[in-house]
Ligand binder design. Sequence first.
Ligand SMILES: N[C@@H](CCC(=O)N[C@@H](CS)C(=O)NCC(=O)O)C(=O)O
Length: 203
Amino acid sequence: MKLYFSPGACSLSPHIALLEAGLPFELAQVDLKAKTTKAGGDFRSVNPKGQVPTLELDDGEVLTEGPAIVQYIADRKPETKLAPAAGTMERYRLQEWLNYVSTEMHKGFSPLFNPNAPDQWKQVVKDMLALRFDFLSKKLEGKPYLMGGTFTVADAYLFTILGWGKYHNIDYAAKWPVLHAYLGRVAERPAVQAALKAEGLLK
Ligand SMILES: N[C@@H](CCC(=O)N[C@@H](CS)C(=O)NCC(=O)O)C(=O)O
């Protein structure tokens, strides 16, 4: 399999999932502005959306959309419990989280990266995110991971998105200590360390 990624982007989530699952894969770095791969290829010819994450499977199929990709990875190695079994109520709970992280958190953060977004709008966005951080803090109080005691692909995704707080002066330690502790806990996982190092985000 080949994971198309950009360092620190939302593609970090399936990168962590692949390492947690112990599946063999290679990385292909993408220049998201130029829409080219590091090897000089046209990224849009792989994924016409021009977005990471993109996962090319061994049979040539190309899978896009983070929540779909991480569930595919988890289902390749069910014994790792990165996702509960399909058809169970727990699996719908996982999908509930993946959808929340995707729509409320991931796309909630996006305007902060937009150089054309006015500062006033960025403040509105930060205020909205603060409400989401309050909600997540309550949900994570007293439990190590979103689904309880077991790390799942929803945690890989949430860790990735919350990690963007450091680029926007969001001080979890001061205002959301539960989230600060959660980020520290996830960061300690060997697969997460390995993914961060491979993306050049950790020495
Ligand atoms: N709907 C996609 C969105 C992915 C996405 O927003 N990727 C960003 C990086 S975090 C990207 O590729 N941005 C470049 C662009 O949209 O042109 C998903 O959930 O996977």
